[in-house]
Design a protein around this ligand. Structure first.
Ligand SMILES: C[S@@+](CC[C@H](N)C(=O)[O-])C[C@H]1O[C@@H](n2cnc3c(N)ncnc32)[C@H](O)[C@@H]1O
Length: 229
């Protein structure tokens, strides 16, 4: 059987490579279902649910699953976020969505997020919102990764619930303590667009005379980190 990996971007490969071996994985917002297909092909997990809120992506997912002869191992399911997840999921993936939506999906079913051994989040933006919410709600960051496609850097965070106390400083929700302390090679490229976005906010605040010193402090800390890279 041909490997689905040939169809997968660096971002999708990063997601699949981050999953620990498990019996059942849920891929929320699966679209093409390439990630669960890859996990089954590699034997990383035994069974998977490929879920999506829309029927269109699920039709494509089903077709791909059939093409790789995995229909007995991967079940497609239509539904909103973690509503479709069973009570004790082993691994949940939420990838390719914005950080605000991902945070909402977790908030709506926080007990299921707490009960999973591994929660893999690959947000397209606003990771700081996810880090802040998760760390304030007892989750720990197991690891983070970055990968590059063209000029774009993609982040991935692996969370697990430890009922831990959060000691992050505000700027670390943006910079990622894990990526900084591991001297991630793509850190500078990851932080530069965040600094630009903060600078744009600060410029707007100067015009409207609503300057927020906290944002200036975060921007300054990110610049320090980038200069040290
Ligand atoms: C950009 S695609 C990402 C697909 C894949 N996870 C990836 O990383 O390439 C986002 C998918 O999430 C689905 N989606 C959006 N909101 C959702 C929700 N609330 N619950 C489940 N799926 C959702 C969309 O229909 C779409 O198929």
């Amino acid at each position: 059987m041909t490997s689905v990996d040939k169809r997968m971007s660096n971002r999708l490969k990063m997601i699949a490579e981050s999953i620990s071996s498990c019996s059942l994985v849920y891929d929320i917002g699966t679209d093409h279902a390439y990630v669960p297909i890859s996990l089954l092909q590699k034997g990383t997990c035994e069974n998977a649910f490929a879920t999506d809120i829309k029927i269109g992506p699920l039709i494509i997912a089903k077709k791909n699953i059939q093409n790789y002869h995995l229909e007995e191992k991967i079940t497609t399911k239509q539904g909103n976020g973690l509503d479709v997840v069973g009570d004790n999921p082993e691994c949940i993936i939420i990838a390719g969505m914005g950080g605000i939506l991902i945070t909402e999906l977790i908030k709506n079913n926080i007990n299921k997020a707490e009960n999973t051994k591994q929660l893999i989040i690959q947000a397209m933006n606003a990771e700081e919102i996810i880090r802040k919410f998760m760390l304030k709600n007892g989750f720990s960051i197991e690891f983070e990764k970055l990968t590059q496609e063209g000029n774009k850097i993609y982040n991935l965070i692996s969370f697990s619930y430890k009922n831990s106390v959060n000691d992050y400083l505000e700027y670390e929700y943006f910079s990622s303590r894990y990526l900084v302390s591991n001297n991630n090679i793509l850190l500078k490229k990851y932080l530069k667009p965040k600094i630009k976005r903060l600078n744009d906010i600060i410029k707007g605040q100067v015009i409207t005379n609503t300057i927020d010193m906290d944002i200036i402090h975060i921007r300054n800390k990110l610049e320090e980190i980038v200069n040290d890279c």
